[in-house]
Structure formats: C-alpha cells, structure tokens
Design a protein around this ligand. Structure first.
Ligand code: G3P
Ligand code: CA
Length: 264
C-alpha cells in the first residue's frame, strides 16, 4: 500500500512539473528571446520565442560609438561574440562584422547583433516587446536616440502595451518619460534583503505600470501589495518549472523566462 501511494505521488509530481497550466492572462516573456535554445538577443532566439508562442520578447539595449541602438546584454562584446572590447568603442559597421551566434553553438554561426530598429520593425505587429535599457547613464544622448527610433517605427504611442521600456534606473525612466509620456514603463528591482516599502511602491506607481522584480523577492503578499498600487508584476529570470509554479501561485502577471515552452 505504502509503495502504491509513493508511486502515485511520484506520477502526480511529474504531472505538476511537466505541464504548467497557464491562465489566460499570464504573460510569457522570452528572456533575451528563447535564450535557453538559441544565442541570446539574436534573430534566432527571437524567432524561436515566436514559434513557442511567447507574448513578449525581452531584449537589452546598448549604444555604439556612432549612436546606433543595438541589441546586446553586456557593455562589452566579449561574452556573446567572437570579438573583444566595449560596445561603445565600435561603430555599427564594425559591430556587424562580429559573429553573435557561434559562442552558443556552431550551428548558429553567422548571427549578427541586431539593431533596435530592426527588431521593432520585424516584430512590432507579431509580439510584444519588453525593451531593457542597459547602463543608461553611460550614454548621454540615449533618450534622444531612443525617441528617434520609437518615433521612426511609429511606436511612440504604443497600443495595448505592445512596447514596454524597462530599466533598473528609476531616475532615467523619469527623464525618458518627460520626452515620451505615452510609452508604458517597467522598473526592474534587484533582490534586497529588506524587501520594498509601501513608500517606494507609492513613488514608483506615480511613474511605472510594471514592477519587474528578481524572482527571489516575490511572495504572494508582495504581489498583492504591488497590485494594490495598480501596477503589474513580471519577475525575472526563471529557468526551472518549480519556480514558475511558485510564481504562478503568487499571482504574478507574467514571467520572464529563457524557456517560453514550459507552459501549456
Ligand atoms: O528582464 C529582466 C532581466 O533581463 C534583467 O536581468 O541581467 O538578464 O538583463 P538581465
Ligand atoms: Ca534584460
């Protein structure tokens, strides 16, 4: 009998971790594209995320020496290309010569670093875009450049939150908001031992619509508090099914994950 129960428990457990039931409103955000399966922040990772029916692509923005906004996570090219050095020491033309796929697997060799404009034009009518501005204080005319790109691509007044700009830097988001007040904003929040206070939540809610915390910060109680300030919660970065299940149980509004296919 004992053995029977433990076999049953085993199969129940498998069922829980092999299918994560997604409610209709849960947003699946493909972190740097489907970066569990293809090189992050490249067209191959974004295409994979689209095939996997993600709701949003998450992507990271840095700026080149000649002022192009490009899609790459680190301030240097060392980790994700075959080159070395700082992104802002490269012109866009020089950056295009780097291979951004071979480091992940040689079958992705030949992938290049996309521009923000290219990604918006390719995906804006197909999937949402959660655009993270990296190291904004490093780039003095970043707000202007971003404004130019969003206006050129006609997404400076996004419908239905099809574009969201997020950053860890609240002051920079305030500055950006003065230029383009109709673009939805998300504040990324790192793990902090003492959590977040109601005073912070109230201040943040005067500017942003999304609080996107490190998953380690998330509890059901915190989600409820953030919701009470009329903001949504999309935690990062989730790579295992057990954490996804815990976050779903905490009533988050979305999940930023390398594996957008973990949901049914
Ligand atoms: O979208 C949030 C998440 O991407 C923040 O961390 O380092 O992966 O950009 P990181
Ligand atoms: Ca990011």
């Amino acid at each position: 009998m004992g053995k029977k129960i433990s076999i049953l428990n085993f199969f129940n457990k498998i069922k829980t971790i092999s299918t994560i039931k997604r409610n209709n409103s849960l947003l699946i955000v493909a972190h740097r594209g489907a970066s569990g399966y293809a090189p992050e922040n490249t067209i191959s990772a974004f295409e994979k995320a689209l095939q996997m029916k993600a709701d949003y692509l998450e992507l990271d923005i840095q700026m080149t020496k000649d002022g192009k906004l490009v899609v790459i996570h680190d301030p240097t090219v060392d980790r994700t290309t075959n080159g070395t050095g700082e992104v802002h020491h490269y012109t866009y033309e020089e950056l295009c010569k780097l291979d951004a796929g071979g480091w992940f697997h040689n079958k992705f060799s030949g992938q290049t670093i996309p521009t923000l404009e290219e990604i918006i034009e390719t995906y804006k009518s197909k999937i949402g875009l959660l655009i993270e501005i990296k190291n904004p204080m490093m780039y003095p005319n970043l707000v202007l450049k971003l404004e130019e790109v969003l206006k050129k691509c006609h997404v400076d007044r996004p419908m239905n939150n099809e574009i969201i700009i997020q950053s860890f830097d609240f002051e920079w988001l305030e500055t950006f908001h003065k230029s383009l007040p109709h673009v939805p904003l998300g504040l990324l929040v790192k793990y902090r031992v003492h959590g977040v206070s109601n005073v912070q939540l109230r201040d943040w809610s005067s500017l942003v619509q999304y609080i996107n915390p490190n998953k380690a910060l998330v509890t059901k109680k915190l989600v409820k508090r953030i919701h009470s300030y009329h903001m949504k919660v999309i935690p990062y970065t989730v790579r295992d099914k057990k954490s996804i299940k815990n976050l779903v149980d905490s009533n988050v509004d979305g999940i930023i994950t390398d594996f957008p296919d973990y949901f049914t």
